[in-house]
Design a protein around this ligand. Structure first.
Ligand code: BDP
Length: 701
């Protein structure tokens, strides 16, 4: 099994009792298919039932005769009152669905209903998921609806098919063969997204190439949009702010210039001529050398609003990124986004949504939540997570990211008093006028298994499930994914779920324990680089972030330091500010502490750091042992793939550990406590290792 089918394998169900119940219930179907969306829903249902149960249901034309009834509320007018109250139909909105047992004429039935065809498609995927995870279908009462409106994958794909920070092969978009050639993969991609509720796709890199807005490319984009439409996926494009100059031959891209404004309006009209349901733009402006409104002395609001005005007549949105920093290295890069955006709260058009990374630096293995969450009550904010593992070992390390996402989503900002979690803010609970969303930087490429590492697929899956409902637990998501992707055997699911749930903490331990961050290899971002002190600018180095010296280690972001803590609201601010209450997982993020500082375990800081690094490596070893026991429970192809990747991960974890411990020891001057194995090489050996041709390094090709 090469993993191409992702979590949609629809394995044959072998439990005879289950097969009997499912087959007797699902042998007859009432399902009218009138649109492209309900057509794909029907096909999905049929292939799922055939693959799992060898069942080709008989299509019936009357609700009475069906064991499984699928249809929109309108199509089921005669029985909708038996299914649910009006208020419930209202609650599920345009994309939600209800799956329920009802009794008609004395016969028990399963009904899947929704207000729209796309709701039906999501409902069918939801129903098939129940079968894939072998759930009882006789006590169903499921009401599902998405908590965020825009659930989007951001592809950092360049037009030349390289992928910035992509570790799963070339871009899946074959621009050269488009629009004439629609690769089956595009359809499989849209289908996989729909199965987890993702409804949008930004096709190209945020470091955008202006060519994407030329007519030649728009025709190609239209072909993709047409292929995705039956699955409810809208396309969006990353745009370069200087496009009016680069492809429009204007002299300026100043957002207040009438000619520039007109250029964007005309461009929007052209796009909507080809793609009537085009989603909108994603913009990286005035960040890492990209042009933006500040280039012309204007503000983020000026820039975003100008684009928003061009898209508004067509109902498109602008996703304007808050990941901004420039060449004037401030005392602390962590503060810059907040400083630049907070003053503009309430100043953005209603169709602008600010896209904020989960933390204030950059997708590190662990960061505290971004202080902009809770700071802009009158502005739509969407979170940006990174599925591609730029700082998490690329596609060689098994790191299940749901716990990382959840840690941020569940964090309490106290913006509206206790309970104002990041998730609640993202869901728009405090301001119903706002638009809501979640973005994930895709980890997809043309590797046969899509994501490079068989387990990296779980991050794509988890993102979709959490964008749909941030309240779901990592445990539930891992459980579903394992069952759907591999099998329902508890002797497999249970231990592997533990591995997945532990894996992020394991990576934090062997990479950046206790709040350390940004100490990875320069440019590639692969492997350790705590010694990096020259990278063109201070805030691209590692020493800027860890600040190790003979006196201690850590970035003082308290009021005696950069005071980044002041961007958080009380009591979060106080908790981080105070050494005694700051969670140890963020210790060195907020504090510079002595090497002999006593940590909660009773070990001093140095010994704790060493302990964490060694524990991280040991945990990878346990992961390997558990996986080795799974040989008889999974197919040989994926078994071998994961086994090999885990052995790379083990070597890499050791490298991280040894390099960091030896490097930090040059400051602490303290011994590695007895009982730990001695690093295999001297520090110079690790420093000299180079990964010049590592994949994923930037550009806007
Ligand atoms: C960083 C990446 C860089 C991206 C940038 C961004 O290293 O390649 O362009 O984020 O998000 O994580 O714009």
């Amino acid at each position: 099994d090469n993993g191409y089918k992702l979590w949609l394998e629809y394995h044959k169900i072998t439990d005879a009792a289950k097969v009997k119940i499912y087959t007797s219930q699902l042998g007859t179907t009432f399902f009218q298919t009138k649109s492209a969306q309900s057509g794909v829903a029907y096909n999905e249902l049929s292939s799922g039932l055939i693959d799992m149960l060898n069942l080709k249901p008989v299509k019936v034309s009357s609700v009475k005769d069906g064991g499984l009834i699928i249809g929109t509320r309108n199509e089921l007018r005669d029985i909708d009152h038996v299914i649910a109250a009006d208020s419930l139909f209202e609650r599920i909105g345009n994309e939600g669905y209800i799956i329920k047992n009802i009794v008609i004429a004395g016969r028990k039935k399963v009904v899947v209903t929704a207000n729209t065809d796309i709701g039906i498609l999501y409902g069918v995927f939801g129903f098939l998921r129940l079968l894939e995870t072998q759930t009882d279908i006789n006590k169903l009462n499921i009401v599902e609806y998405p908590r965020t409106m825009y659930r989007i994958l951001d592809h950092w794909d360049n037009l030349n098919r390289t992928v910035e920070r992509g570790y799963a092969g070339a871009s899946i978009w074959n621009w050269h063969k488009l629009p004439g050639y629609i690769d089956q993969r595009y359809i499989d991609y849209a289908r996989a997204n729909a199965s987890v509720g993702i409804n949008g796709s930004v096709l190209n890199n945020v470091n955008a190439n202006a060519l994407i807005l030329t007519t030649d490319y728009l025709i190609k984009v239209k072909a993709l949009a047409d292929a995705f439409r039956p699955y409810g996926i809208k396309v969006y494009l990353s745009v370069k702010f200087s496009s009016p100059i680069e492809i429009g031959k204007l002299k300026t891209a100043d957002p207040l210039d009438p000619q520039v404004q007109q250029w964007w309006k005309d461009k929007a009209n052209e796009i909507y001529h080809y793609i009537p349901d085009f989603g909108g733009f994603l913009v990286k402006a005035n960040s890492e050398g990209q042009p933006g409104p500040q280039t012309y002395g204007r503000t983020h609001a000026d820039g975003a609003n100008m684009l928003a005005d061009a898209l508004a007549p067509h109902h498109g949105i602008v996703m304007w990124r808050a990941f901004v920093y420039d060449n004037n290295v401030p005392d602390d890069r962590a503060k810059q986004a907040y400083n630049e955006f907070k003053p503009f709260d309430g100043k953005f058009r209603p169709n602008v949504i600010i896209q904020v990374k989960n933390g204030a630096i950059d997708f590190q293995p662990r960061e505290p939540f971004h202080p902009l969450f809770g700071a802009m009550p009158n502005t739509s904010l969407m979170i940006e997570f990174q599925l591609t593992q730029e700082y998490l070992g690329f596609s060689t390390h098994l790191v299940f990211e749901a716990p990382l996402f959840k840690e941020c989503l569940d964090a309490d900002t106290y913006a509206m008093g206790k309970g104002a979690s990041v998730a609640n803010i993202l869901e728009g609970k405090y301001n119903r006028k706002l638009i809501t969303g979640m973005a994930g930087v895709a980890n997809i490429g043309s590797d046969i298994n899509w994501c490079g590492h068989p387990f990296a697929q779980a991050n794509w899956f988890a993102f979709g499930r959490l964008a749909w409902n941030p309240g779901q637990s990592s445990d539930k998501i891992a459980d579903e994914w394992l069952r759907m992707t591999f099998n329902n055997d508890l002797t497999f699911v249970k231990p592997m779920k533990r591995v997945m749930l532990q894996s992020r903490e394991t990576a934090v331990n062997y990479m950046t324990p206790l709040g350390l961050h940004h100490i990875m290899g320069v440019n590639t971002h692969y492997g350790p680089g705590p010694w990096v002190d020259d990278a063109g600018r201070a805030d691209w180095t590692a020493v800027y972030y860890h600040k190790a010296d003979s006196g201690g280690i850590g970035f003082n972001r308290t009021s005696t330091g950069s005071n980044a803590v002041s961007q958080y609201l009380i009591p979060v601010r106080d908790r981080f500010e105070n050494l005694n209450t700051c969670p140890e997982k963020y210790l060195l993020w907020f504090h510079h502490v002595k090497w002999t500082y006593p940590t909660k375990s009773g070990r001093n800081l140095w010994n704790e750091l060493v302990y964490r690094y060694y524990t991280g490596v040991d945990s990878v070893k346990s992961m390997q042992q558990i996986w080795n026991n799974m040989a008889s429970k999974v197919d040989a192809e994926r078994f071998t793939a994961v086994k090999q990747l885990m052995s790379i991960q083990y070597q890499e974890a050791q490298r991280w550990r040894d390099a960091c411990v030896l490097y930090f020891q040059t400051f602490s001057q303290l011994p590695i406590p007895p009982g730990y194995e001695t690093p295999a090489h001297a520090l110079s050996y690790y420093r000299d290792q180079k990964f010049l041709m590592a994949p994923g390094i930037g550009g806007n090709q």
